[in-house]
Design a protein around this ligand. Structure first.
Ligand code: GDP
Ligand code: GDP
Length: 454
């Protein structure tokens, strides 16, 4: 009856975000050679400069964690604008759109010694429509003489140009103050989830092809620039654009090293894997499809499930998989992967690029499930029908009753069942299976916890 229910009223807790709290994101945009990298390094407080003197060298998007006045934020270097097939203007507009759509604030860097070119005017037109704050850094203001040029940048219509010298550090503290002031009080709500790009862990035992796949996804030999003369500190994460969306691949520093350190003991590798999974919302567990499924593969999958993260299983090296191996593999799946039947599997080849385009949609599906909440009324309607048809097994002469259920959490979805007695593991699994049959939750673990009312 109603008064009974009231005692079990569980406040659905505030949407709980696992992993680190979302940090505001600053996207840095600008033409090649205006000094973005020099400035980013300055903002990060590093002396080492990630500078490539060859004009036209594309750097891919990378994310760095920054700290200023006790506040953490993420700096995304969007790389140089390279004229693509559609021409420079189109490429610039696309970069600016991407920055506006993914960041909490945008920093447009202009070379004050050159002034605003047609390219900057084009990007300013895009950025003026931004709902997010836009700051203009007038870079290469090494001395007073260049100050006059700074004022001419008011013409971009983006507010006060902020003079700075990435090379000498002049003005960078003031710029950082302005950046922090510009961030909204709460980071932007990403469409469909938490702030910023969704966080992905690419994990798996050694030699399954993680580095190869990351390279394939970023579409280039990405480490070239960053390894120049060993001057750079590795950014922790990689931003990867898949299917028109930015994804944050967490803790990829180790994967990007051209020459990987052979020193990684298994214990150490497993710690790294664990921390990457913890930092992510969804994990791609990569398995070498050409080899028999191993204990180590299963361990990585278990880590993901236990951490409560969404899961995609990718069989790599599919170019080496023949009919015999495929039959064997299907048996392994039936035998060993029943526990994670709910996870989508994709068969890819980092070498040939086979099916890598399928990763983004499966990641999206998994995250959508991970974020889903079934309203309490609907859940209980479904559960009472289920329990009426299949009551819990009797234990010590008593029939436990399920009084009420609620989905107390998302990320991962967690059901809490309020009962009058203990529910056996087998029956809980039955409920989970039926729950998935009705509500889906493809790609996400589902937890069921039971609270017994004596
Ligand atoms: P990016 O392509 O926009 O990332 O530009 P870089 O950071 O690679 O810098 C391009 C060139 O501008 C390099 O030769 C830098 O040394 C130089 N540069 C960067 N910042 C400054 C600055 O504040 N003053 C001067 N004079 N040169 C700078
Ligand atoms: P990681 O240790 O998981 O980062 O694995 P690597 O990316 O270093 O790859 C290990 C080895 O597998 C390398 O020799 C790669 O060239 C090879 N490899 C990676 N992906 C594929 C693939 O899709 N097909 C084939 N045939 N070989 C691959």
């Amino acid at each position: 009856d109603e008064s009974e229910w009231a005692r079990f009223d569980v406040e659905p807790e505030a949407e709980e975000s696992t992993g680190p709290p979302p940090q505001p994101v600053l996207a840095v945009v600008g033409r090649p050679n205006v000094g973005k990298s020099t400035l980013v390094n300055r903002l990060l407080g590093r002396r080492e400069a990630v500078v490539q003197d060859t004009p036209g060298v594309t750097r891919d998007r990378v994310a760095y964690d920054a700290l200023w006045n006790g506040r953490r934020f993420t700096v995304v270097d969007t790389g140089g604008w390279e004229p693509d097939a559609k021409g420079l203007q189109a490429s610039v507009a696309a970069q600016a759109e991407l920055a506006m759509n993914t960041a909490d604030a945008v920093l447009l860097v202009v070379d004050a010694q050159v002034g605003a070119t047609a390219t900057e005017e084009a990007v300013a037109r895009v950025l003026r429509r931004s709902e997010r704050p836009v700051l203009v850094a007038a870079n290469k203001v090494d001395d007073e003489r260049t100050m006059a040029e700074v004022h001419s940048l008011w013409s971009l219509g983006l507010g006060e140009p902020l003079p700075v010298s990435g090379l000498h550090g002049r003005g960078s503290g003031d710029l950082l103050d302005r950046v922090l002031e510009s961030f909204p009080a709460t980071p932007r709500e990403k469409i469909g989830g938490s702030g910023g790009p969704r966080r992905v862990a690419l994990v798996g035992k050694p030699n399954v092809g993680k580095s190869s796949l990351l390279n394939r996804l970023t579409g280039e030999e990405r480490s070239v620039v960053h390894e120049a003369a060993g001057t750079t500190v590795d950014p922790v994460d990689s931003l990867v654009e898949l299917d028109g969306e930015l994804w944050r691949f967490v803790d990829t520093a180790g994967l990007r090293k051209r020459v990987k350190t052979a020193s990684g003991t298994e214990y150490y590798a497993s710690l790294r894997t664990k921390s990457a999974i913890e930092a992510a919302e969804v994990a791609i567990v990569l398995i070498d499809g050409s080899q028999p499924l191993s204990e180590q593969d299963l361990r990585v999958i278990t880590m993901v499930v236990e951490a409560g993260r969404a899961l995609v299983i990718a069989y790599n090296k599919w170019d080496l998989v023949d009919d015999d191996r495929r039959r064997q593999l299907e048996k392994e799946i039936d035998r060993e992967l029943v526990r994670v039947r709910w996870a989508e599997r994709v068969n890819v080849s980092a070498r040939t690029g086979r099916a890598v385009a399928k990763l983004a949609p499966t990641l999206r599906t998994a995250l959508e499930s991970w974020d889903t909440r079934i309203p309490t009324g609907r859940l209980n309607g479904w559960l009472s029908d289920l329990v009426a048809a299949n009551p819990p097994p009797v234990r010590s002469g008593k029939q436990p009753k399920i009084l009420f259920a609620t989905q107390a959490h998302t990320r991962p979805p967690t059901l809490v069942l309020f009962t009058t007695g203990f529910l056996e593991a087998g029956y809980r699994r039955f409920i989970e299976r039926k729950f998935r049959e009705t509500f889906g939750f493809v790609g996400s673990p589902v937890r069921i916890s039971v609270r017994v009312r004596e």
